[in-house]
Design a protein around this ligand. Structure first.
Ligand SMILES: Cc1cc2nc3c(=O)[nH]c(=O)nc-3n(C[C@H](O)[C@H](O)[C@H](O)COP(=O)(O)OP(=O)(O)OC[C@H]3O[C@@H](n4cnc5c(N)ncnc54)[C@H](O)[C@@H]3O)c2cc1C
Length: 456
């Protein structure tokens, strides 16, 4: 096996930074931020996106002359790397922050869950159990940086803090909702970071862009074109190969695109498949990282369903694991005055649920909606269904030491994808942070100076 470092090239070998050509595979946020950072630094960029549209998991669908997100997305006040891009692309004035409310539905009763006082009033648990739950939240914030949690299964950690009953009533369903039956293998670090990310933001304040993620995706595309980048949609990469001193991407249409270097932003499993011929080291080739998929039904209703933005649903006789009522965050004008709500299930791409037909899923989610909000069915004006197979990496114990490098073959092959956001929560912000780590490495290897707006 060829050691990665032996492929390092001296920057001097490159004629000039202007002639350096980099192919970026994937037009989600990781690909857009990578391509924009490189193009702004004077590198010639070709962005390859397999779908007809950019944006990846944050992409949109047309709705009554505007667009809505396929999957609910919000921005947190702590999302510094993402917010920096929003400002750099001239969308700062579009960024809106709003105090939102959270609910929790247990056995068909919805409880307000906006803070410690609501937790103390959460009657399905005894008072002592509520206190332990509150203490767990506090401890999680202090533990987010605790390296030893990487060795501890999340279930063991949560159970030890809140006891068996609270774990079974609350944490187990919530963990299953996000990770499915793979949750027992997740390190406690993941949960501590998640609790810390969401609660350290102070009161529940979330952000959105006035004209939605579409405006950010379009701003990235316009910025790329303004800096001379080539964007090729409907262009699916099949394999990454060596090409003399440079690299090549074999495309599914049978053609090849060559460049000095390639950055892949695809989920890890796809990257591993595409690089099988490269004999990469075990840190890439042998990493076992599966992903949880997601199903999401979008309902547009004439009336609001609840005052809550996010509402997990536990033990309530429905299949959906939660409801995000997006219109409690984003302006109603974006949806022609209708209320936008998402019912979702995180489920593996091989599960029977993931493979139900659209008609079966619509019927199931409409039933769920009517169970949770009787009579809501007659308020539905439109409905949409989306599924994605690779969403949440199913982290394994000690992942911190397994996290793959961004610099795979120095000067030639780089990786910026969701497999590297750990221990951060998977988000547009954490993807931008991975790109921020990678760009200085590329700059050193390829001999360019990162543009100030393009790096942390
Ligand atoms: C239901 C849901 C809710 C979420 N909520 C939030 C939230 O509130 N806030 C937040 O910040 N994040 C949220 N996220 C997470 C966020 O969407 C991801 O972290 C982020 O989109 C990952 O970006 P990415 O570019 O790494 O990957 P992706 O978005 O998956 O992009 C990969 C791109 O590569 C393309 N591609 C795949 N194969 C090929 C190929 N062979 N050749 C060329 N192109 C290819 C794909 O079409 C895609 O465009 C949510 C995700 C989901 C699903």
């Amino acid at each position: 096996m060829e050691p990665s470092s032996s492929l390092s090239r001296a920057p001097a070998a490159l004629a000039s930074r202007m002639s350096t050509h980099v192919i970026v595979i994937g037009g989600g946020i990781s690909g857009l931020a990578t391509a924009a950072a490189l193009a702004r630094s004077g590198v010639r960029v070709t962005l390859l996106e397999g779908d007809g549209d950019l944006g990846g998991l944050g992409t949109t669908f047309p709705f009554r002359g505007g667009t809505l997100e396929r999957f609910y997305h919000c921005i947190l006040p702590t999302d510094r790397a993402l917010v920096r891009w929003i400002h750099a692309l001239g969308l700062g004035a579009d960024l809106m922050w709003k105090r939102i409310r959270m609910g929790f539905t247990y056995r068909l009763k919805t409880y307000k869950m906006d803070g410690p006082l609501d937790l103390l009033r959460f009657s399905p648990l005894t008072f002592g159990e509520r206190l332990r739950l509150g203490l767990m939240g506090l401890r999680a914030r202090g533990s987010a940086a605790d390296l030893s949690l990487d060795d501890v299964p999340v279930g063991d950690w949560a159970r030890a803090q809140v006891g068996d009953r609270v774990f079974e009533v609350l944490w187990k369903p919530l963990l299953e909702a996000k990770i499915g039956d793979g949750y027992p293998g997740i390190p406690a670090t993941w949960l501590a970071n998640r609790l810390s990310r969401e609660k350290n933001a102070g009161p529940e304040v979330k952000g959105c862009l006035q004209r939605g993620y579409r405006s950010l995706i379009d701003a990235f595309a316009a910025d790329l074109r303004a800096h001379g980048a080539t964007i090729r949609t409907n262009t699916r990469a099949r394999a990454i190969e060596r090409d003399g001193e440079g690299m090549a991407v074999a495309l599914e249409d049978g053609t090849r695109e060559t460049a000095d270097a390639v950055v892949s932003t695809l989920p890890m499993l796809q990257f591993q498949t595409m690089t099988r011929g490269l004999n990469l080291g075990p840190e890439i080739a042998d990493l076992k990282l599966d992903y949880q998929g997601v199903l999401s039904a979008v309902f547009l209703t004439r009336r609001a369903l609840s005052p809550y933005y996010w509402m997990p649903v536990v033990d309530s006789g429905v299949t959906a694991q939660g409801l995000v009522e997006m219109s409690n965050l984003v302006p109603l004008e974006r949806s022609d005055g209708l209320h936008v709500s998402y019912l979702m299930n995180y489920t593996h791409r091989n599960s029977a649920l993931f493979h139900k037909t659209d008609a079966e899923l619509f019927a199931m989610y409409r039933r769920d909606l009517e169970t949770l909000f009787p009579d809501s069915g007659r308020d539905i004006e439109e409905q949409f269904l989306f599924r994605a197979p690779f969403v949440e990496p199913i982290w394994t114990l000690q992942y911190r030491s397994k996290r793959p490098p961004t610099r795979v073959l120095p000067g030639r092959l780089y990786l910026a994808c969701t497999a590297q956001v750990y221990p951060d929560v998977n988000s547009w912000n954490s993807c931008c942070s991975v790109v921020d780590r990678m760009i200085p490495e590329m700059a050193t290897d390829l001999g360019f100076s990162p543009a100030p707006s393009a790096s942390a």
